[in-house]
Design a protein around this ligand. Structure first.
Ligand code: ASP
Length: 313
């Protein structure tokens, strides 16, 4: 995608998105783009724009973030989110929170905190969010019928909870990650920011933290580029996928950098029981942007001033 001027680029996950939910995904992306567009047109900083866009995606039940998140083995949502500003390299992240409808806002609040914590997890993160006046809800308020049904079906599997279900190849495995959300923005002054938010993968162990709240893995913004990733969290953590793609921008156009980084991910991670698939968005300091995915589909959308928004699933 050619550069110049502001850009809002979002994703709603990379996976085998079924036809039946395409319209929902499109509606969620369109809504988030409208929020981003309004924020850019109001002259807000890239950091604020990514937070508003990701909060809108968290609020939309189509995605695995905020309300609509998948459930862990205990039948609870387990949420991670991170946000970063390129110019200052300030970032904040929360992991393993259960009762925050918008974890990205708690991550954002950490940017203004005393600098002694950038990543907070669990109860401490929830206490911090409450101190900052952010709303909390009962975890069950974030559970949608689609995910309760999925959990009930998986729970009924005879191997549920056994070592076999947890990772051997001869029984059905829990479904792949799906529907994490993210956004990268270049604002009117050329500032960059990135944010990612997720409910993780279905049936994760309690206490599992994925790539999404780890800078360089699930998100990154530096003066050179901003990226957001989705896919197998453990694999993405292993190769530091967002650091890789932002680093690759020095030598390659954004879409090539993203493709190359995904190829490196697949080649490097051999221990994963399934191929290490993922999706990536990236924007460079010059405003050129691109994406790539190694899954059947990726929900993605973008807007630049003077152009019609584009939504693809
Ligand atoms: N990367 C996320 C995680 O592993 C899941 C996803 O992107 O769908 O927590």
């Amino acid at each position: 995608m050619p550069g110049d001027g502001p850009l809002v680029l979002v994703h709603g996950g990379a996976w085998d998105i079924p036809d039946a939910v395409l319209a929902d995904h499109r509606a969620g992306l369109e809504r988030a783009l409208r929020v981003g567009r309004r924020a850019v047109e109001a002259g807000r900083a890239a950091l604020d724009v990514v937070v508003e866009v990701v909060a809108a995606l968290e609020d939309h039940p189509a995605f695995d973030a905020g309300r609509g998140s998948v459930l862990d083995r205990d039948g609870q949502p387990q949420l991670d989110a991170g946000v970063m500003e390129g110019e200052t390299r300030r970032w904040g992240a929360v992991g393993n929170v259960r009762g925050l409808p918008n974890p990205v806002r708690a991550a954002r609040a950490l940017l203004g905190a005393d600098g002694q914590a950038r990543l907070l997890v669990g109860e401490g993160a929830e206490r911090f969010a409450a101190e900052r006046g952010l709303p909390a809800v009962s975890p069950s308020a974030l559970v949608v019928p689609r995910e309760q049904d999925r959990y009930d079906r998986l729970r009924a599997h005879p191997d549920f909870g056994s070592a076999a279900f947890a990772g051997q190849m001869d029984v059905p495995r829990p479904p792949a990650p799906q529907g994490t959300v993210g956004c990268v923005v270049r604002d009117g002054r050329g500032r960059l920011a990135a944010a990612t938010s997720t409910g993780g993968a279905p049936l994760t162990r309690a206490g599992r933290v994925g790539d999404s709240p780890v800078p360089g893995a699930g998100f990154l913004a530096t003066p050179d580029g901003a990226a957001s990733a989705t896919g197998w969290g453990e694999a993405i953590l292993t190769v530091q996928l967002c650091a890789r793609v932002v680093g690759a921008l020095a030598a390659r156009p954004p879409a090539d950098a993203a493709r190359q980084s995904l190829a490196e991910l697949a080649a490097a991670v051999r221990w994963s029981p399934e191929p290490a698939t993922a999706g990536l968005l990236v924007v460079g300091a010059d405003g050129r942007a691109g994406w790539s995915f190694s899954t059947p589909r990726m929900a993605r959308a973008w807007w630049r001033p003077g152009q019609d928004p584009e939504v693809h699933v």
